[in-house]
Design a protein around this ligand. Structure first.
Ligand code: AMP
Length: 298
C-alpha cells in the first residue's frame, strides 16, 4: 500500500493509471475509520477486482466546518487508519494536509475569523444550489459548499472511474450525484448502505464523543426511524402529525435534543406532506454537544 501526501504526486499517479487504462475506485473519508468506512473500501475493491486500484483519501476538510463546529476536536488517528486501510486491501491512501489542498493555508488572515478565513490563497468554490438548502444545509449553511468543493478537488487529483459514498450521509450523496451530473465529471457515484452497531446506532466517527449514558440514549435515532416506518406501514400519515409524534417520542431520551426531522422524496429531496412507504426520513439529533445524523427509506 502506498501513502501519498502531495497533491501533485497523487495526480501524477492518477494520470499514469489513466494512460495504462487501469480502473480506479475512490473512497473519500475524513479518517478515524470504522467498519462503515471499510465497507465502502470493500465495495470499491469488489468493483475494480485484483487488477484495479482502490484509493482512500483521509482528509479532515476545514471548509466544510463552520467556525463554531468541531474541526479542531474532530477525532484523528492516522496510524490506526493506515493499518485499517492496509488490512482492507486499499492500494493507495491519499493524506494531504491543508497547505496541499488549499494554497497558502495558515497565512495571516486579512478578514475576521470565518470558517474559511485562513484560505488566503484560495477563492474558487463549487456550490450546489438546490438540494443543499434543506436539512444539513439549513442547519450548517456553508457545509455543503465545503463538501462539493473538496470532492471536486479530490476527483481532479485521483481521477477515479467511480467513487463510493455512504447512504449514512444521504443528502451529501444526493448533492455529489447532482454535482457530477451538472458539471460532467466522468465519475460514477456508488451509494453503499449504512453500517450499524448491534443495537442499531449508525457507525460514525463522532460516536466516540458519547459517554456511556449518552451512547445508550443515542440509539433513539434508529428507534425513531423504526417507529416512523411502522407508523406508515399500513396507511400514509401527514408529515406534520408524524413530526409531532416523533418530538413526543424523543422525550424518552432526555439527553437527546432533536435538531430536525424531515420527510422527503429520495430522488428530488422535495419535502413530503404525506408520509408513506418509500418516503425518505432524515433526522439530526444533539446528544450533549455531539450532533448525530441518520436516515432511512420508510
Ligand atoms: P466521513 O469520514 O464521515 O466523511 O465519511 C466518509 C464516507 O463514509 C462517507 O461517504 C460516509 O457517508 C461514509 N460513512 C460514514 N459512516 C458510515 C456508515 N455507518 N456506514 C456506511 N458508510 C458510512
Amino acid at each position: 500500500m502506498r501513502i501519498v501526501s502531495k497533491a501533485a504526486a497523487m495526480q501524477k499517479c492518477a494520470l499514469q493509471w489513466k494512460r495504462r487504462g487501469v480502473r480506479v475506485g475512490f473512497v473519500p473519508t475524513m479518517g478515524y475509520l470504522h467498519a462503515g468506512h471499510l465497507s465502502l473500501v470493500h465495495a470499491a475493491r469488489k468493483r475494480v477486482g485484483k487488477t484495479g486500484i482502490v484509493v482512500v483519501s483521509i482528509y479532515v476538510n476545514p471548509t466544510q466546518f463552520a467556525p463554531t463546529e468541531d474541526l479542531a476536536k474532530y477525532p484523528r488517528d492516522l496510524k490506526r487508519d493506515l493499518k485499517l486501510c492496509r488490512d482492507a486491501d486499499a492500494d493507495v491512501v491519499f493524506t494531504p494536509n491543508d497547505a496541499e489542498m488549499y494554497h497558502r493555508w495558515g497565512e495571516a488572515p486579512d478578514e475576521p475569523a470565518r470558517g474559511d478565513a485562513r484560505l488566503t490563497g484560495f477563492s474558487t468554490y463549487v456550490v450546489e444550489e438546490k438540494l443543499s438548502r434543506s436539512m444539513e444545509g439549513a442547519a450548517r449553511p456553508t457545509h455543503f459548499r465545503g463538501v462539493t468543493t473538496v470532492v471536486a478537488k479530490l476527483f481532479n487529483l485521483v481521477l477515479p472511474d467511480f467513487a463510493v459514498f455512504g447512504q449514512k450521509d444521504f443528502q451529501q450523496a444526493a448533492i455529489i450525484k447532482r454535482m457530477v451530473a451538472d458539471l460532467n465529471f466522468p465519475v460514477k457515484i456508488i451509494v453503499a448502505p449504512t453500517l450499524r452497531e448491534a443495537d442499531g446506532l449508525a457507525m460514525s466517527s463522532r460516536n466516540k464523543f458519547l459517554d456511556a449514558e449518552q451512547r445508550a440514549q443515542a440509539v433513539i435515532l434508529f428507534h425513531a426511524l423504526r417507529a416512523a416506518s411502522l407508523a406508515v406501514k399500513k396507511e400514509p400519515v401527514s408529515a406534520a402529525r408524524l413530526k409531532a409524534d416523533l418530538k413526543e417520542f424523543f422525550t424518552a431520551a432526555p439527553l437527546a435534543r432533536l435538531d430536525y426531522v424531515e420527510f422527503f422524496n429520495p430522488e428530488t429531496l422535495a419535502p413530503a406532506t404525506q408520509v408513506k412507504r418509500g418516503t425518505q426520513m432524515a433526522l439530526a439529533v444533539f446528544i450533549g454537544k455531539t450532533r448525530l445524523i441518520d436516515n432511512a427509506q420508510l
